[in-house]
Design a protein around this ligand. Structure first.
Ligand code: E4P
Length: 217
């Protein structure tokens, strides 16, 4: 499963990219607002920090204007994936862009039928929002299971990008189901490294090593 980080914070992205475990980045208008940076400038900087796809979202709601915005965004770098909302105009834009060879991430997906439409529109990625689904009394992970089943039934190439991840269990479940990508806030990625028994084990080994009075090298 690929790991994307869901942020526009370039310091966090650079730090996580240095682990060699980061496969891409997702942003959205809220994350750009939170960064306080110019959208095009920060997107260009992010694209230089990672080799994999960097999702940049259009803000227009109609197809013609989405295409104009996508035209500007896709010129930023070869690894830009245009993010469009799961609406009729969004999927029309998705079809046109993917037919041209541009990567498209269809976002704000909350049903398996919506995911089926996105795959038929040639989406590179579908982003079902599991956390927001859970927040509203639905089962986010069962949505991922349904999408996996449908995509496998018809051999769709669209990658399932699990979004709105809130905690490591969402990541574990995504991997069990066979999702292609998980996009996570930096805190969730950092949390994956942690285990209380790892910390305790290191503490014990360090204490015993100190008793030997030795050093390496
Ligand atoms: C993904 O592409 C979205 O930007 C993101 O995962 C949304 O997460 P949120 O529900 O925590 O805002």
């Amino acid at each position: 499963m690929k790991f994307f980080v869901d942020t526009a914070d370039t310091a966090e992205i650079a730090d996580l990219a240095a682990t060699g475990l980061l496969d891409g980045v997702t942003t959205n208008p809220s994350l750009i607002a939170k960064s306080g940076r110019d959208f095009l400038e920060v997107t260009k900087e992010i694209c230089a920090l990672v080799e994999g796809p960097v999702s940049a979202e259009v803000v227009a709601l109609d197809h013609e204007t989405m295409m104009k915005e996508a035209e500007i965004l896709r010129k930023i770098a070869d690894n830009v994936a245009i993010k469009v909302p799961l609406t009729l105009d969004g999927l029309k834009t998705c079809k046109k862009l993917t037919d041209d060879g541009t990567m498209v991430n269809v976002t704000l997906c909350f049903s398996a039928n919506q995911a089926l439409l996105a795959a038929k529109a040639g989406a590179t990625f579908i982003s079902p929002f599991v956390g927001r689904h859970d927040d509203n009394g639905f089962d986010g992970m069962s949505l991922i299971e349904d999408i996996r089943l449908i995509y496998d039934n018809y051999a769709f190439d669209t990658e399932i990008l699990v979004a709105s991840i809130r905690h490591p269990i969402h990541v574990l479940e995504s991997a069990r189901i066979g999702a292609d990508v998980a996009t996570m806030p930096p805190s969730v990625i950092r949390g994956l490294f942690k285990h209380v028994l790892t910390d305790k084990g290191i503490e014990g080994f360090m204490a015993d090593w100190a008793k030997t009075g030795q050093s390496i090298g």
